[in-house]
Ligand binder design. Structure first.
Ligand code: FE
Ligand code: FE
Length: 194
């Protein structure tokens, strides 16, 4: 199955994004191993998380329709949010994946959400630390991910929300809920400046 998924990804994605997908899958499996998540699910969700990243508007909306997903106005007007939702829809309606843990991990890999499952966190963080990533704080996030998943979630959520604030972009309610949820659980980031 994995080889078929890889062939499908190759047909749908640029080389750059195909490599990203394979790297995220690799990081997801490593995190799953370390933190006791299901490695097979981590592999599938990591590999397929960006499967609709290069889809056009028409395909995104056909997938929303087919899977019965209703988008909020904020989601409709923010194309950056589409691929996580349509990716989850693709897994369900095109690939026949029924495992809700896998479907949710793909669905929430961009916004995060409150009360994330272990697999949600694994995929969200794998997307930040994969071998192909190269941004200012990547080494900080990689070190944190070796230490504690919740602390890493707080760091990466704060980082993402900060970026959105600086660009005056909308912030999805699920992202705010994820952040508040971590704070309310008493999760603290004890490292350097964000
Ligand atoms: Fe993505
Ligand atoms: Fe990604």
């Amino acid at each position: 199955m994995i080889e078929e998924y890889k062939a499908l990804l190759k047909s749908r994605l640029s080389d750059y994004r195909y490599t990203h997908s394979v790297c995220v899958a690799q990081s997801a499996v490593e995190l799953a191993e370390k933190y006791g998540a299901d490695k097979e699910k981590a592999l599938v969700a990591g590999l397929l998380h960006d499967i609709t990243k290069e889809a056009d508007r028409q395909e995104h909306f056909a997938l929303f329709e087919e899977s019965g997903m209703k988008l909020s106005e904020l989601e409709c007007r923010n194309p950056k949010l589409w691929h996580a939702m349509s990716g989850s829809a693709y897994l369900k309606v095109k690939l026949g994946i029924t495992d809700t843990e896998v479907l949710d991990a793909v669905r929430y890999h961009t916004t995060a959400r409150a009360d994330m499952t272990l697999l949600d966190k694994v995929i969200y963080i794998a997307d930040f630390i994969s071998a192909d990533r190269d941004y200012d704080d990547v080494e900080i996030v990689r070190a944190l991910a070796k230490k504690d998943l919740d602390e890493t979630m707080l760091y990466t959520q704060s980082y993402s929300i900060n970026e959105l604030l600086q660009k005056h972009s909308p912030i999805h309610p699920d992202s705010v809920a994820a952040y508040n949820n971590l704070i309310m659980q008493g999760i603290k980031y004890n490292g350097g400046e964000i």
